[in-house]
Every structure is written in structure tokens, then in C-alpha cells.
Design a protein. Structure first.
Length: 493
């Protein structure tokens, strides 16, 4: 328990509607459903709901006090009024949990694609170097060996700071996290003391939230601005930038801290040369400012090399030897749902991938085309209540690279799947596609069509084990559905 007055000291100006001198709190949250007796509840006026409407529920669940930016007339517990609750939650969570990221090496990865893969590559490398790590991202939060589900790519501030405190209590020294544009724009990482910020790439996504690509860039660039303007030899800050990306120079100019670049096509501090890409993985010469070494990886595709280079540059800044980096990269089999093969003894290939942007879908299909001996089939949809402008782009890319595309449902959410697919096929010039709205039927059809040496890409959901239809979340795993369809086909052959 902590005195509320002490936690509030971080905020210079606030008003209270009754005395808080003796109020103690035992946690901070913005979710009224998760409030426990003794918590401080902070009302956030969010993208879809306004937390001020749930203040009474939070009080009923045992909140000792409430922080708000709008008038609350019917609360009996103290209400603390601040100018901006989104900014307040980061400050208060940091204050309550004793500024945990100041005691961690915190690495943040941002970009449209590759964030999850880079975090997991870094985790493999650090563990190979006998360092205990924490990881926060799309798939889960990992504290040492303990795994905790997360609701967003980058969780909200109070959940984050609590997680960082648990990492410290578990003896972890390095935390690696994905940082989404939403999180930066909505202040979820306010108060996080980043040591290394990593940029992967920027391509079209989330234009349902950001007004345009410029706004999307501005949101991402905040991570590099947040590295600060102060140089501290005891607590150095660095930016790691993909030199080959068209936005690279703008991200370099977004920070005052030292920059390490990586790339393939352009000169960079960390570079891959003599690339060889095939169906068994990739190999290349790793050229760095700390020496050169040959890498032979099970990971496929040029995009995987970029992910490895980002991880290498970050690891070198963390004083991890090249020999350790090489061993980790060559041992890793990849990340769940990222170019993940589904094997059940069939004579054709099936790959599940999270590709849900035009750029990521094109990268994966280009990789498959480079080594596929037969035809390529792709099963793909687009999420509902998300950026509609990328739907026809995704469909055009699918028909461009695949012999046959099947457009299907992804996570339709509140939209009708048929309407989403109509948006996808609008303007598609080629006719090598069909529409099968039911995702299970679509996957089964692709597997029924495949011949020896063909390749099937099931794109969009990757590691997800659910499908969001309307307000319901139902069990659905592309990998399980594909494996069952393969098994049934083998029985019939």
C-alpha cells in the first residue's frame, strides 16, 4: 500500500473534491472491470469508450479513489481532477511502481512489420548470452519463463509499469518490447525510460486511426524523440535505424542520440552481403563495425534478414559478442505464426503467416515465389473496423503473386464479411481468385486444390487462436484447421 498523496506528488497541478490525506492505494488501473479493493482508478476517454462512464462501477468494485478530467457528480470516494488523464496514467503508474524502467535496460522496437520477430530474436540472443529477459508484444508478455496474455501490441501504461516492476522483482535486467503507433499516440509508453529505440520500416497500415502516412510517421517518430536530449555515459541511449527504408533519414533526424544503421542495399554500420535465399533458410555475410561473421539461418526471406540485422545491431550495442549472436541466430526456428510451416507428411507446402498489411503480404509472397517449385495459393482476408484503404491493395498483391487467391473472412468484428471482401476485390484486374467467406472452408479448399510441390500461404492471422465475429470471440487457429484438412485429405488419398 502507498499513500495516495505521495503517488500524486508527480503531478504539479490537480484538484480534489474531498480530503485524500489518509487514503492509501494498492494498485493503478484504467479498466473498471479489473478494479480491486484499494485500487486507484483512472478514467480514460479512449478511442472507443470513455472511462468516465464507468467510474461508479470502479467505485463499486472497491476503488479507493478516482482520477478524472471531466466532472463526476455521483462518486462517494475522492475524485482527483487533472488536465489530461492519458498523461496522468503514465506518471501515476510510474510513481506508484517506483519508476521501474530506470532500473532496466529497455529496448523498444517500432515499425509496420517485423516488431514481433525482432523482439523474439533479441530474446534468443540475450538468453544465449546467459541474460534473463522480459518481452512484451503482440503475442504475450514474458517475464523470465512466466507468460502473461496481453490485449494490445503495447499494453496500457498501468499494466506496463506493473509488468516492469515484476520483471525487476524477478531479477530481469533487460526488457524488450514492441511499441505500436497507437501506444505512442495514446501515451501508453509515457514514462518509459528507453535505452535503445529500433526502427524496422514504415508502410501503409492503421490509416483508420491515423489521418495519413505523415501522421503515422509522426506517431512512430515519438519513440526516438523520447530518447531525450541528454547524454549520460552511465545510461547511454541509442537509435537503431533501417538504412534501406525510405523514411530512414527522417527517423535519424528525429533523435539527438547516437544512431546505428543496418541494411542490405545501402551502406550501413551493420550490413548483410552475399545473400543466399532458398527453401531451407538464408545465409549471408554479416559485416559490422565490430567484425564480420558468416550466418546460416533457418529463417526464410529477405525480410527475415532485415529482422536479424535489427537484432544484431541492438545486441552489439548491448556488448554481446558476435559469436553468441551467430549461435543464437543459427539455432532459432522462428516466431509462432511468422512464416510458420504446417507439416503433416503432405507433398505440398503450407505456411501460416501474420501478414496483414500490403507490404508484409508482398514480402512473404515474394519469398515463396523465390523457391516454390509449383504454383502458389493464398488464402487471405482483411480485418473489420480497420484501415479500409489497404483492402484492395492486399487483394491486388494476392492475385499478382499467386496462381490462385481465395478471399475470405479474417476478424470481421462489427462489419459484414461480404462487405469487407467487396472492398478487397474492387478494382482487382485479374480473375485468378474466388470468394469463400467461411475461413475454414477457404483453407480446406486451398488444401484440396494443391498439387505436389505447390505452396499455400494462409495469411493475416498467424499466431492468433481466435476469430472476432461481431462482439464474440470464437476459437479459430489457422494452423489447426490446416493440419486437420491435410490429415483428412491424406486419409482419402
Amino acid at each position: 500500500m502507498k499513500k495516495l498523496k505521495e503517488v500524486l506528488n508527480i503531478i504539479p497541478v490537480y484538484q480534489v473534491d474531498q480530503t485524500i490525506a489518509n487514503i492509501e492505494i494498492n494498485g493503478v488501473t484504467i479498466d473498471s472491470r479489473e478494479v480491486q479493493k484499494g485500487n486507484l482508478f483512472i478514467c480514460i476517454d479512449g478511442y472507443t469508450v470513455d472511462g468516465h462512464n464507468f467510474a461508479k462501477q470502479a467505485e463499486a468494485n472497491g476503488a479507493h479513489a478516482i482520477v478524472a478530467e471531466k466532472p463526476l457528480d455521483d462518486c462517494t470516494v475522492p475524485v482527483i481532477y487533472v488536465r489530461d488523464t492519458i498523461k496522468a496514467v503514465g506518471l501515476l503508474a510510474n510513481s506508484y511502481y517506483d519508476n521501474p524502467t530506470q532500473a532496466l535496460q529497455l529496448i523498444g522496437i517500432t515499425g509496420t512489420n517485423g516488431k514481433t520477430s525482432v523482439t523474439y530474436l533479441l530474446d534468443e540472443i540475450f538468453q544465449k548470452n546467459q541474460q534473463k529477459t522480459g518481452v512484451i508484444g503482440t503475442i504475450q508478455m514474458k517475464i523470465g519463463e512466466r507468460k502473461v496474455p496481453v490485449a494490445n501490441t503495447t499494453p496500457e501504461a498501468s499494466f506496463l509499469q506493473k509488468g516492469f516492476k515484476e520483471m525487476i522483482d524477478s531479477g530481469i535486467e533487460t526488457a524488450i518490447m514492441e511499441v505500436s503507433s497507437h501506444a505512442l499516440e495514446m501515451g501508453r509508453v509515457n514514462g518509459c525510460d528507453f535505452n535503445i529505440a529500433v526502427y524496422t520500416n514504415l508502410s501503409q497500415d492503421h490509416l483508420d486511426y491515423h489521418a495519413d502516412m505523415e501522421s503515422y510517421f509522426q506517431a512512430k517518430s515519438q519513440l526516438f524523440q523520447q530518447l531525450g536530449n541528454r547524454y549520460d555515459a552511465k545510461n547511454p541511449k541509442y537509435a537503431v535505424i533501417n538504412q534501406d527504408d525510405s523514411y530512414s533519414e527522417r527517423f535519424i533526424h528525429a533523435t539527438t542520440q547516437p544512431v546505428i544503421t543496418y541494411g542490405i542495399d545501402n551502406e550501413a554500420d551493420v550490413r548483410a552481403t552475399n545473400l543466399e535465399l532458398n527453401a531451407n533458410g538464408t545465409s549471408f555475410e554479416l559485416v559490422t563495425y565490430k567484425g564480420n561473421i558468416a550466418i546460416s539461418s533457418k529463417l526464410m526471406g529477405k525480410f527475415s534478414i532485415y529482422n536479424m540485422l535489427a537484432a544484431v545491431a541492438t545486441s552489439l550495442l548491448s556488448d554481446i559478442p558476435l559469436t553468441i549472436i551467430k549461435a543464437a541466430l543459427e539455432e532459432t526456428a522462428g516466431v509462432s505464426g511468422r512464416f510458420e510451416p504446417v507439416q503433416f507428411g503432405q507433398t505440398y507446402g503450407v505456411v501460416v503467416d501474420y501478414a496483414h498489411t500490403p507490404d508484409s503480404l508482398e514480402n512473404v509472397l515474394q519469398t515463396m515465389r523465390a523457391f516454390a517449385k509449383g504454383d502458389i495459393y493464398v488464402v487471405v482476408g482483411c480485418g473489420g473496423d480497420r484501415d479500409k484503404t489497404k483492402r484492395p491493395l492486399m487483394a491486388n498483391i494476392a492475385t499478382k503473386y499467386a496462381a490462385h487467391a481465395i478471399f475470405t473472412s479474417d476478424n470481421p468484428r462489427s462489419e459484414e464479411p461480404s462487405v469487407i471482401i467487396e472492398d478487397m476485390i474492387a478494382g482487382v484486374e485479374m480473375s485468378n481468385y474466388e470468394v469463400i467467406i467461411d475461413r475454414k472452408d477457404a483453407i480446406e479448399k486451398s488444401i484440396a486444390m494443391a498439387k505436389r510441390n505447390d505452396m499455400i500461404l494462409i495469411a493475416g492471422k498467424g499466431h492468433e487462436t481466435y476469430q472476432i465475429i461481431g462482439s464474440k470471440t470464437v476459437d479459430f487457429d489457422d494452423r489447426k484447421v490446416a493440419k486437420h484438412a491435410i490429415e483428412q485429405r491424406l486419409k482419402q488419398e
